[in-house]
Design a protein around this ligand. Structure first.
Ligand SMILES: Nc1nc2c(ncn2[C@@H]2O[C@H](COP(=O)(O)OP(=O)(O)OP(=O)(O)O)[C@@H](O)[C@H]2O)c(=O)[nH]1
Ligand SMILES: [Mg+2]
Length: 206
């Protein structure tokens, strides 16, 4: 079965709870350190070059950005609509403490809201062991009872042997099993089919 993204569009950038989109749709959320590749991953999934703005400088995404996409499978003609939600990264120091605290509060509110969040992708850079802030983010998602998929990004920067070694280290640090971690490369679209499948399955409960 092949899954295709038949439509993708930017909807809105939310800066408060009341500015999140009104249309109720399932949401898949992307969180992680600044520069880990959240926006790039959304572009890779949708096969769009710059649907989400990316940058080599951390701190590019500063609002909660909603992208509306429609998926279709080769099995049927049903279109399934959902939001991909791009969050600002954490660990970015170039803003005031007050600002950072306000943001942390808004993101926390969004993640604790009763919106239809199907699961959260916690992105970690595959080249390095998870940092303190990654562990804290993961723990806070688990505490909110949100299902979490760990996405290990930038896999193209490592050889095969290193990949398995680093994946094992990530599993160990987060205390999760192998199925909970998906290696991904937005540069090469590695992992794209698998992630689309996880997304589709989250929309259609067995
Ligand atoms: N080689 C490689 N580079 C990547 C990959 N994904 C992202 N990058 C690069 O990493 C940098 C940051 O990517 P973004 O997608 O902007 O990161 P972000 O997590 O959205 O960052 P913030 O918006 O600052 O939180 C960019 O220079 C990307 O080109 C990948 O899979 N492989
Ligand atoms: Mg971004």
């Amino acid at each position: 079965m092949e899954i295709t993204v038949v439509k993708s569009e930017y909807v809105t950038s939310a800066v408060s709870k009341s500015t999140c989109p009104a249309e109720p749709l399932p949401e898949i959320v992307f969180v992680g350190r600044s520069n880990v590749g959240k926006s790039s991953l959304i572009n890779s999934l949708t096969r769009r070059k710059s649907l989400a703005r990316t940058s080599g400088t951390p701190g590019k995404t500063q609002t909660i950005n909603f992208f509306r996409v429609e998926l279709k499978t080769s099995d049927d003609d049903i279109r399934r609509a959902l939001y991909l939600v791009d969050l600002p990264g954490y660990g970015y120091a170039k803003t005031s403490k007050t600002n950072r605290r306000l943001w942390a509060k808004f993101i926390d509110e969004y993640l604790s809201s009763r919106r239809d969040i199907k699961f959260v992708c916690q992105l970690v850079d595959m080249r390095h062991p998870p940092m303190e802030s990654d562990l804290a983010s993961f723990a806070s998602l688990v505490e909110k009872n949100l299902p979490v998929l760990i996405v290990a990004t930038k896999s193209d920067k490592l050889g095969k042997t290193e990949q398995s070694k680093h994946l094992a280290a990530i599993q160990k640090a987060l205390n999760v099993d192998a199925e909970a971690v998906l290696p991904y490369s937005s540069a090469k679209n590695f992992g794209r089919g698998e992630l689309l499948e996880v997304i589709l399955n989250s929309l259609t409960p067995a």
